[in-house]
Write a protein that binds this ligand. Structure first.
Ligand code: IPE
Ligand code: IPE
Ligand code: MG
Length: 235
């Protein structure tokens, strides 16, 4: 039998700070090393035939971290994005960033915009970075935009269905994640893809994000292949 490959894998990249602390270093050192895991997982996704790889890089709540850490994370985002440009083009990777981008600096937004445009025709893998994202924020912004669109024709709202609402989420057009991985031993969703994870399979591992590379990703895919997805039905 053909091995079942998840079409969309999403990762809550957690444990960078602990990884650094274990080595007696500053938390940001873990973020730097975490970038290497992003690279390894992107390559592995291409190799395995995953179509969408999405990564939770920074939550709306993470804005509440010390300013120095936030600044480093944003700089890291900008520099790694620019460094990866050639890799994206050579490997057919389409790059997207989703979240409450109004909170980002003008400069970072422009760089993201540039990179999204440059890679928009690539079709092998879509790499999505969730930045300044939270699930409740996403549902809220969708509800507001939908309400604004239907102002004055509220009678039509009765005809809306789930897929009508999907179109207002920032993930519009992207299939829901088949597999959600969270590293570092925490077993919670931390306000990530609340709506979109309705029928996702979850994979929790104690491995800290900077140690999550090809072998660990392949193990998660292997585990997924053995899952029985019933969607509430009876076989
Ligand atoms: C994940 O690692 C990266 C981000 C949330 C930006 P953490 O920074 O949360 O690391 P821990 O969980 O404190 O170890
Ligand atoms: C979740 O990790 C957010 C990201 C991985 C970007 P956190 O470290 O912020 O989550 P909590 O605080 O442990 O729930
Ligand atoms: Mg954490």
């Amino acid at each position: 039998m053909e091995k079942r490959i998840p079409r969309h894998v999403s990762m809550i990249m957690d444990g960078n700070g602990r990884w650094a602390r274990e080595r007696g270093k500053e938390r940001v050192y873990g973020h730097f090393e975490g970038v290497e895991s992003v690279r390894a997982c992107t390559e592995t996704a291409v190799e395995a035939g995953v179509e969408y790889l999405s990564l939770f890089a920074f939550s709306e709540e993470n804005w509440g971290r010390p300013e120095a850490e936030v600044t480093t994370l944003m700089e890291l985002m900008a520099s790694s994005m620019i460094n990866e440009r050639d890799t994206f083009m050579a490997n057919g990777i389409r790059f997207r960033v989703l979240g409450n981008l109004s909170r980002l600096s003008e400069k970072l937004r422009a760089a993201i915009d540039e990179m999204e445009k440059a890679t928009s025709e690539n079709t092998r893998l879509t790499l999505i970075i969730f930045l300044s994202y939270s699930g409740k924020w996403d549902i809220m912004q969708a509800a507001k935009r939908l309400a604004a669109d239907y102002a004055g024709r509220e009678d039509e709202m009765a005809g809306l269905d789930i897929s009508s609402f999907d179109k207002y989420l920032v993930t519009a057009g992207i299939p829901d994640p088949d597999l959600i991985v969270r590293t570092s031993g925490e077993q919670r969703i931390s306000n990530y893809l609340l709506w979109q994870s309705a029928y996702s399979e979850f994979y929790f591992t104690d491995i800290l994000w900077p140690d999550f590379r090809r072998e660990q990703f392949l193990a998660a895919i292997e585990d997924y292949a053995g899952r029985d997805r019933r969607y509430g039905k009876v076989k």
